[in-house]
Design a protein around this ligand. Sequence first.
Ligand SMILES: Cc1cc2nc3c(=O)[nH]c(=O)nc-3n(C[C@H](O)[C@H](O)[C@H](O)COP(=O)(O)O)c2cc1C
Length: 487
Amino acid sequence: MASITIRNLDDEVKDLLRKLAAENDRSMEEQARVMIRAAVEGQLGPSGRIDQIERTLRELTSARSPAAPVAGMGKIPRGLSGKRILLIIGGGIAAYKALDLIRRLRERGAAVRVVMTSAAQEFVTTLSVGALSADHVFTDLFDRNDEHDVGHIRLSREADLLVVVPATADLMAKLANGHANDLASTVLLATDKPVLMAPAMNPRMWSHPATRRNRAILGKDGIAFIGPAKGEMAESNEAGEGRMAEPLEIVAAIEALLDTRPKPLAGRRIIVTSGPTHEPIDPVRYIANRSSGKQGHAIAAALARLGADVRLVSGPVNIADPAGVTTVHVETAAEMKEAVEQLLPADAGVFVAAVADWRTATAAGEKIKKVAGEGPPALQMIENPDILAGVGHHKQRPGLVVGFAAETQDLVSNAEAKLRKKGADFIVANDVSHESGVGPSGVMGGDRNKVRIVSKTGVEEWPEMDKDEVAAGLAALIAERLKTIVV
Ligand SMILES: Cc1cc2nc3c(=O)[nH]c(=O)nc-3n(C[C@H](O)[C@H](O)[C@H](O)COP(=O)(O)O)c2cc1C
């Protein structure tokens, strides 16, 4: 293929080409080739001459408002149309994820204006950020031009929401203590708009008492948080809590914070359980299952979006706590039961967690050693408490009790039996067998689900959907049922 010399183009055209290339995830050469091909094929006009392309580039770019969709993204719902996000990028390794976040926000119709701290510029360049946000990038509190044009007060005034990605330990400490010694911290202190922080740091930094204190202060001050999650860190050989929420999780949290639709679940308190439980065998081994927590967490988030005060009791998972939800972390079935009972009374309970049915009668205090000639240890198993049945028959039973049944065979008859035995109002049954045909990785751990709603009045079969869509459908159903339950 012939090479294209971008260097020879006018600066103005180069700039436009750079923006289009960034928006379309192409190199500038590839973007130019696409434009030339389109021009030659008559899609852009009669001629493939470079001045034609320059004109076309100009027309394309000037027709695009900052909030317009980027090319090739027509199918994405524009749920943030007209919303103005002020993104503050902090100086951490996860800063590179802010680039994807800008793209995701603009795909959804948001205008994104960016402030970068000086540490952030060590990790990503203002050039990339500016190309993706299609706007000037603000970096300096004392820049005369910036202060004259927009200024730190206007940056906040002209936004609907401030988002800090990544929220470093340093930025959290500054805001918790009211420091304002650079543009980012000054804007954060000067704003009366909602603020969302997505922390990202080494697990030891995150668990340090100072960071825990700052997180608690910021929570009390009304700052919303998304994450961090547990998982692999960018640094090699590091894992633990401190990994930043993924860009799409941050987008969902932003959408939830900016959602002004009516809240049919306002004033309702709902308990949700999610994830697996881990039942210890000894200090290093445990019995678990493949539940990822994706469905339970999505339900908690969907209920919160409808205005519910959601208390999520989560087993050990590798995904971020949902925004706008109070999450309690537990390990075992016994801890989950205890946490759920502490949260009663509630208007509804949605029991999504895949609670282990059994645990070992006694967990060994020391690691069980492999002794030559003795064979494997015989584990004596005992039954775990049945959390759903316990709540279904509890004297403080919520008005609405929803259980989940993950089955590999006889889905509906097993769900109907569970409905009767556990005192639930309805059971959401899903086929978790490998033959379920749901998604490439199946229901457990995958992003899709296919459920049936089994109640005393019959069985309703829902089509296969994303777990978020199943969650939205269930939240709407719960809102509908709770309308008829007066507290
Ligand atoms: C390679 C490298 C990676 C870093 N990653 C993080 C991080 O992920 N989270 C964090 O809180 N600080 C991290 N730091 C420390 C911050 O860069 C430092 O505290 C800085 O002052 C934060 O600036 P800010 O307030 O602009 O965010 C890292 C530093 C280096 C050199």
